[in-house]
Design a protein around this ligand. Structure first.
Ligand SMILES: [Zn+2]
Length: 385
């Protein structure tokens, strides 16, 4: 809660987020490091900056002297380009009863807050802005607190024991490991049970927990996901089943398209260098997409041929873009699109926007964008993960 810290919040943010949205945002942010200069926020006035990324929002804390509080819907995302986000972990043994009448056991729990000074928000079914965890945790198989079960392991994470701690590794791409110190008693329980209960939440700062009840209260919170993470050696003894659930894979090429009234980014699905007619290209694209529930091709933006053709699968709601380039046709799945123009005045603004979208949707960062073949009247940048 930017707790015990003075935080400036602009009137515009209050108006757009609503009182409830501001309360949930402030209750999910912790004033550790400034997201502009990366120096401590303690002892100064912080400011809340909310950036509208079209499908979702990002709320961050900065020094007020580094950045004033504002609702940023300019389409211009400012980023220092370095890692400023802090995370915190905690290992604790919690009493656990699975409501089957079996005796309560001491469960090793590994708690992670993956971003203390920055959270994403999107709208719930009632139109209220809610703090959300980055999608990679759900992709790994973690579920919202109320659906939590410890009977089966999540598919995409493992835990390892170290000399004086434990390490949880998220194996969906790109892999990421979170470390925490742990007592001998805790490590013995991890060995005995064959894993840990991994709890990922924006609802508390693991460094500031004082009572066991705070941890139990976090489990049903909408800002929490959790799952059973097995020891690596236990996982290795079991056959691996599920294919990786994260659609982003190494080698994926992302295409960023900017034309006067259309901005979009997404992974390249296929390129066809043959001289196809529009009809042939659309048939080819449908074969590549390989599903029978497309609604049909439409101009992406009326009166702007450079933005190409658009289709949507009405079951999965996946969106596809088909465009003609000097070297053939390309089919791209859209991760996010902005129509109407004015949202990115320069290639650099478009790049920063695309980086944020890809980071949120696919957990891929550090992309190097390069110019490449473009439809007439558009600029196209390419980056390979
Ligand atoms: Zn600063």
């Amino acid at each position: 809660m930017a707790h015990q810290q003075e935080v400036a919040v602009s009137k515009h943010i209050v108006k757009r987020l609503g009182e409830d949205g501001v309360r949930e945002t402030m209750d999910s942010l912790y004033a550790v490091d400034c997201q502009t200069c990366n120096r401590p926020l303690a002892g100064t006035t912080a400011s809340l900056v909310v950036t509208d990324l079209m499908m979702f929002l990002q709320a961050e804390l900065h020094h007020r002297r580094c950045r004033k509080s504002e609702w940023n819907d300019s389409g211009l995302v400012r980023s220092s380009g370095e890692a400023t986000l802090s995370h915190r972990t905690l290992t604790v043994l919690l009493p656990w009863s699975n409501n089957t009448g079996e005796p309560t056991t001491m469960q090793p729990v590994f708690i992670l807050n993956p971003g203390l000074e920055s959270v994403f928000l999107d709208r719930d079914d009632d139109g209220r802005w809610r703090v959300r965890l980055a999608e990679r945790f759900a992709h790994a198989g973690l579920v919202a607190g109320p659906q939590l079960t410890i009977d089966r392991p999540v598919p995409e994470a493992t835990v390892r024991l170290a000399t004086d701690g434990v390490a949880v590794t998220m194996e969906n791409l790109p892999p990421e490991t979170f470390l925490c110190r742990a007592t001998e008693q805790y490590r013995a329980q991890v060995r005995a049970r064959g894993g840990v209960l991994f709890v990922v939440t924006h609802a508390l700062n693991p460094d500031a927990v004082q009572h066991q009840q705070e941890l139990l209260d976090v489990l049903p919170d909408s800002r929490t996901v959790a799952g059973w993470v097995p020891l690596a050696e236990v996982r290795e003894r079991q056959p691996r089943k599920a294919a990786p659930s994260n659609p982003a894979a190494a080698g994926t090429t992302y295409v960023l398209h900017r034309s006067p009234r259309h901005l979009t980014v997404g992974p390249l699905l296929a390129h066809n260098a043959a001289a196809l007619t529009l009809e042939q290209a659309q048939q080819w694209a449908e074969q590549v997409i390989g599903c029978e529930t497309l609604i049909g091709w439409e101009p992406t933006v009326d009166g702007e041929p450079a933005s190409g053709w658009f289709n949507i699968d009405f079951i999965s709601v996946a969106q596809y873009l088909l465009r003609q380039y000097p070297d053939g046709w390309r089919l791209v799945r859209s991760l996010s699109r902005v129509d109407g123009g004015g949202s990115a005045e320069t290639d650099n603004e478009a790049r920063v926007w695309a980086d944020q979208v890809i980071k949120f949707r696919e957990q891929v960062s550090g992309l190097q964008w390069m110019t490449g073949p473009s439809p007439q009247g558009a600029t196209t940048l390419y980056a390979t993960a």
